[in-house]
Design a binder for this molecule. Structure first.
Ligand code: ZN
Length: 164
């Protein structure tokens, strides 16, 4: 019986992610393949949609519009936050994402766009917002998810038995 990607399956795939100009943004080259549980939003919606029904050994090139990836860019300028409001022991880097809370105390992700001597510029927008993403994908393995993985909404490693 051959497996195809559908809800309740765990997929393992190698990928290269490029922007619209062909610059490589990220790749699993030289690393373990990406492992995800299909159908629960572990990966961006546009990629998950186009992987549906694909099988082991399939190689595909997928173009995902910004709206189905990290969303459209809002164009809102980043916010400047005094440096001393960040923990001193966390090395801050441009492009880095951190957990924070908005004014209502709701947990959000923020991303650092720039760092000056006195301030850190942050935005709630993902660095890839507004970008069309080009994926080259090779599906290396598909297996059934186990009960724990389905209950947790994520895979437990390539074989489903990893601790966490
Ligand atoms: Zn888990």
């Amino acid at each position: 019986m051959s497996h195809t990607l559908a809800a309740g399956k765990v997929g393992l795939f190698h990928y290269t992610l490029r922007d619209g100009e062909g610059n490589t943004i990220d790749s699993s080259d030289g690393k373990d393949p990406m492992v995800y549980l299909h159908g629960v939003g572990n990966i961006i919606p546009g990629l998950e949609k186009q992987l549906t029904g694909k099988t082991e050994g399939d190689v595909l090139d997928v173009v995902v519009p910004a709206a189905e990836a990290y969303g459209e860019a809002s164009g809102e300028p980043p916010q400047a936050i005094p440096r001393d409001q960040f923990p001193a022991d966390v090395p801050l880097q441009k492009g880095m994402g951190m957990r924070a809370q908005d004014a209502q105390g709701t947990p959000i992700m923020i991303f650092i766009t720039d760092i000056t001597d006195s301030h850190v510029l942050v935005t709630a927008e993902h660095p890839l917002a507004g970008k069309e993403l080009h994926f080259h994908v090779e599906i290396v393995r598909i297996r059934d998810a186990n009960e724990n993985e389905i209950a947790h909404g994520h895979p437990h490693g390539p074989d489903g038995n990893a601790d966490h």
